[in-house]
Design a protein. Structure first.
Length: 195
């Protein structure tokens, strides 16, 4: 059974990287990703930064890095714990960036399961030097609830510091108003000042 989860996870990553399955966002972000080593709860991948994932300054776009971290991390957690669903907590620290055609190494480890939650950590580094580009960690739901309860999502900007904005998102059960999740994030604006 565990081998099946590992094979499913590896196939999921490979199929997305080849554009066989998945949304355009994920397939374009993972295009060319190669799994070079894997076992239950661990994946090592290599990646060559394509021109399609560069920002206006010619750097690997941080949104693409985040999508890669989330996708490889989720596949890694699935290889050990089984089906993974929505993120409950997702944190990324960026230390550097990469340019067109730079070789990248991604190493992901499933760290633990606790009840319905599973966690993973992902390091993104330059392949040759090992220089750290980003570290991401997340908690995700391991099982889908059978409930089809309606939810309400409220998002608002809560801070504006020139080229940085902060926003907060609350997710609540529509029937009772019970808080399900809160998300907060600072985001850099690529050009101009946030209004």
């Amino acid at each position: 059974m565990k081998d099946n989860k590992l094979q499913e996870s590896q196939k999921w990553l490979e199929d997305h990287s080849k554009g066989v399955i998945g949304s355009e966002l994920v397939t374009s972000t993972l295009e060319g990703l190669q799994v070079v080593a894997s076992h239950e709860g661990f994946f090592r991948c290599h990646f060559l930064v394509p021109s399609s994932l560069l920002d206006q300054r010619g750097n690997w776009h941080i949104g693409a890095i985040a999508t890669l971290i989330d996708s490889v991390g989720a596949a890694t957690a699935h290889s050990l714990f089984g089906p993974i669903r929505a993120s409950v907590d997702f944190i990324i620290s960026y230390f550097s960036t990469a340019k067109f055609q730079e070789e990248i190494e991604i190493e992901a480890k499933a760290v633990r399961g606790q009840g319905k939650l599973v966690g993973f950590m992902v390091e993104v580094k330059r392949k040759g030097s090992g220089e750290l580009i980003a570290i991401g960690s997340a908690w995700k739901l391991a099982r889908r609830s059978d409930s089809h309860e309606e939810i309400e999502i409220e998002a608002k900007v809560v801070g504006n510091q020139g080229k940085l904005i902060a926003f907060r998102v609350e997710v609540r059960k529509k029937s009772s108003g019970e808080l399900i999740a809160i998300g907060k994030q600072w985001m850099a604006i690529s050009s101009g000042k946030a209004k």
